[in-house]
Design a protein around this ligand. Structure first.
Ligand code: OAD
Length: 234
C-alpha cells in the first residue's frame, strides 16, 4: 500500500461551517489572537479564554464532517493514510480517518495547567459536559485548561508528524495558508521525489517547485485529486 501524508488546516473544515482564522471574516478578526490564543492572554483573563473555547465546542457539536473529510477518510481503503492537522475540531475522526495527528491540540480535550501534556490529566469532554469554568480543576489540582497549543507554546506533536513522513509516497496539503510554523515547515521534510498536491481555492505561497495546485475548495478539490490523479497511482 502506498503511503499518503496529508497536512490540513482550517480550510478543510470551512465547508462544514467552521470559520477559518485569516482572511475576510476570519476568527482572528473577531477575537484578537493575543487575548484568546496565547498563555499571556489566558493568564490575563482566564474566564474570557475558557468561554471562547466553550463557544468553539458548542459550535463543533452543531457541525458535521463535509465531503472533503469523508473522501479523505475513504482513501484508507486503498492507501496507508496519516492526517496531520492543524485543526482542533474532531471532524477528521468523525468522518472515519483513523490516523490523525493534531498539531495544535484538540477542542474536546482539557488538561492540567501545570502539565498540559501529562496524559494522566488529559480528559475528553462529552457533549453534555463541554463547559469549562474558572475553578474547574484537573486531577493534579490545577485549573483545567483547553488542550490547545497557544502561540508561543511548543508543538511537541511535530515530532510525530515528521516521523509519519518516513517512506511517504504522496504528500497532500488542504486548506492551510501555511503561515504558522512548525506546521508550515513540514513540507521541507518531504523528499524532492515525492509528488505534492495542494488543494485551496485561494493562492497559497508555497516555496517548493513542482507542486500540483488544485484551486478548489476541499470537497471539490478532493474529488479532482481522486479522479484525476490518485486513481492513476494506487
Ligand atoms: P488560515 O485561516 O490561515 O488559512 C485557511 C486556508 O483555507 C486559506 O488558505 C484559505 O484560502 C483556505 N480555504 C478557505 N476556504 C476553503 C475551502 N472551502 N476549502 C479549502 N480551503 C479553503 O488557517 P490555517 O492555515 O489552518 O493555530 O491556520 C493555521 C493555524 O493558525 C491554526 O491552526 C491556528 C491559527 O492561528 C492555533 O490556534 C495555534
Amino acid at each position: 500500500m502506498k503511503k499518503i501524508v496529508v497536512l490540513t488546516g482550517a480550510g478543510m473544515s470551512a465547508e462544514s461551517g467552521i470559520s477559518t482564522f485569516r482572511g475576510a471574516n476570519g476568527l482572528w478578526d473577531e477575537y484578537p489572537v493575543e487575548q484568546v490564543a496565547t498563555p499571556e492572554g489566558y493568564r490575563a483573563n482566564p474566564s474570557l479564554v475558557l468561554e471562547f473555547y466553550n463557544t468553539r465546542r458548542r459550535q463543533l457539536l452543531e457541525v458535521e464532517p463535509n465531503e472533503g473529510h469523508k473522501l479523505l477518510a475513504g482513501l484508507e481503503s486503498e492507501f496507508d493514510v496519516t492526517v496531520v492537522t492543524q485543526n482542533v475540531d474532531n471532524l477528521h475522526e468523525r468522518a472515519g480517518s483513523t490516523k490523525v495527528i493534531h498539531l495544535h491540540g484538540e477542542l474536546m480535550k482539557v488538561c492540567s495547567s501545570r502539565e498540559p501534556y501529562n496524559e494522566k490529566y488529559i480528559k475528553t469532554l462529552t457533549p453534555d459536559e463541554i463547559e469549562v469554568k474558572v475553578g474547574d480543576l484537573a486531577a493534579d489540582g490545577s485549573q483545567l485548561r483547553p488542550f490547545i497549543v497557544w502561540f508561543g507554546e511548543a508543538v511537541p506533536k511535530i515530532e510525530d508528524a515528521i516521523a509519519a513522513l518516513a517512506g511517504v509516497d504522496i504528500f497532500i496539503i488542504i486548506g492551510t495558508s501555511l503561515n504558522v510554523y512548525p506546521a508550515a515547515g513540514l513540507l521541507n521534510y518531504v523528499p524532492a521525489s515525492v509528488p505534492v498536491y495542494l488543494i485551496d481555492p485561494n493562492e497559497v505561497n508555497v516555496t517548493r517547485q513542482g507542486v500540483t495546485v488544485i484551486r478548489k475548495g476541499a470537497s471539490e478539490g478532493m474529488r479532482t485529486l481522486i479522479d484525476g490523479y490518485l486513481s492513476k497511482i494506487k
